[in-house]
Design a protein around this ligand. Structure first.
Ligand SMILES: C[S@@+](CC[C@H](N)C(=O)[O-])C[C@H]1O[C@@H](n2cnc3c(N)ncnc32)[C@H](O)[C@@H]1O
Length: 416
């Protein structure tokens, strides 16, 4: 049992609302609370049992029949598929994720007319929302509904629809085990802290958040640099309409939302001082990583900084069992690019994109939870913490340049 056993995560009614956030009724709130708690329970209490099943049952049986230990994550997966504990854990985890997404979608769709009208009112007459109806959704994005979100980010249930984005924001709460904070911006706050701490002299005039979605993790940067022009780039119109309305209702006039691809978006070369992304690359493709980094290199001004927040990649020391656990989402949570990204050498990819080896960096971070809103421990009461960290393994460095120490998220980037 973990040290936070019995600790319940924050409840959904304590999430911060805004003008386009769906107001849930009693039953919907109860469902979301149940799923948030169940998700945390799976992560904290049931997930360690998968390791026990492997070490005490599956690994010895494999060795006995094969004469050697499993060599790859695929070997472990194939062997674990027959284990009853793994089967139950995986089925429960999949069902919890599916239910969290379905409930969130239902919450949004029930209010489709009100949400769309509210967003339209907030967006009307502004020149800070720029949509491109001709933009073709990339095939890697259209191929699956990432993390089982029905209709993904871009599907429109009605003209000028925002419900995909409302679904996304509501679902972040249960699927993250409430660990992203009351505004869901724990990653963005961590990013803003990192930029200020690591680059104290950087005073960015133009900032771009690639794959910024609803801008939830962009707004902490907008708050940190109130004089900067901030641009959220995303492929999905519902995310941008909703994000723009959300930012307007929260008083952020310095954030524009632009529909485009991170790898081609039409911005003036050399004009951007800071490019960030938060949990973006894992839903793209190998080709997009190469083209996207090269485009970012061309957009950055001399001395400009690029920082990406992602799931940590594997390194030579990542145990095979941990690889197996962390690639689970590819098979059961519609995250097909995850295993490939985990093994990509992002330092080489940044060099290939034009950045100089000496200008690359990395670091690790936890979610930064707004003080006084959620309990400080809420960041550790999460399924993901256990997936991304091999418990008991401290102080491992990801690379020779490394600043990563096994935290929840990996920050990597470069100075131009
Ligand atoms: C996991 S979401 C993260 C959104 C946001 N950064 C956040 O932290 O909430 C990934 C986002 O990337 C967008 N996306 C995927 N491929 C893209 C691309 N090539 N260019 C721009 N956006 C893209 C998706 O539409 C989605 O909104």
């Amino acid at each position: 049992m973990s040290s936070t056993s019995g600790t319940l995560p924050p409840t959904f009614d304590r999430a911060d609302g805004h003008a386009v956030f769906p107001e849930t009724d009693h039953d919907e709130t109860a469902r979301l609370n149940f799923l948030t708690g169940l998700n945390v329970h799976i992560g904290k209490e049931l997930s360690p049992g998968v390791r026990t099943a492997y070490e005490q049952r599956v690994h010895p049986a494999f060795e006995k029949s094969q004469g050697n230990s499993p060599e790859t994550a695929t070997d472990i997966r194939k062997a674990m598929l027959h284990d009853p504990y793994y089967q139950q854990w995986a089925a429960l985890r999949r069902s919890t994720q599916e239910a969290s997404q379905q409930v969130s979608r239902e919450v949004a769709l029930r209010r489709v007319d009100d949400l769309n009208a509210q967003a339209a009112t907030l967006n009307e007459g502004r020149n800070t929302l720029s949509l491109d109806p001709d933009l073709k959704i990339p095939s890697y994005q259209a191929a699956v509904d990432n993390h089982l979100m029905p209709g993904s980010y871009y599907t429109e249930a009605a003209p000028d629809d925002v419900t995909a984005a409302a679904t996304y924001e509501v679902s972040l709460f249960p699927i993250g085990g409430a660990s992203f904070g009351a505004k869901g911006d724990g990653g963005g706050r961590a990013m803003a802290n990192f930029v200020r701490d690591r680059f104290p002299d950087l005073n960015p005039k133009r900032i771009v958040d690639m794959g910024g979605g609803i801008g939830g993790n962009t707004l902490p940067l907008a708050a940190a640099f109130p004089d900067a022009e901030i641009i959220v780039v995303d492929t999905a119109a519902p995310m941008l309409r909703y994000g723009h309305a959300r930012a307007q209702s929260m008083g952020y006039g310095n954030v524009s939302f632009v529909q485009g691809l991170a790898e081609t978006v039409d911005l003036e070369p050399g004009s951007i001082d800071l490019i960030v992304s938060v949990m973006f690359w894992h839903e793209t493709s190998t080709k997009t990583v190469g083209e996207g980094l090269a485009h970012m290199h061309s957009l950055l001004a001399p001395g400009g900084v690029m920082v990406h927040l992602e799931q940590p990649n594997f390194d030579a020391d990542t145990p095979t069992f941990e690889r197996f656990m962390r690639d689970w989402d590819a098979y059961y949570n519609n995250e097909p690019f995850w295993p490939k990204l985990h093994t990509l050498d992002m330092f080489k990819a940044m060099e290939d994109a034009g950045f100089k080896k000496d200008d690359l960096f990395d670091a690790g971070t936890e979610a930064d939870i707004e003080p006084g809103r959620f309990q400080p421990w809420s960041t550790i009461v999460t399924r993901h913490r256990h997936e991304t960290k091999d418990l008991g393994d401290t102080g491992r460095e990801l690379s020779a340049l490394g600043g990563y120490k096994g935290e929840r998220w990996w920050l990597f980037g470069a100075v131009r």
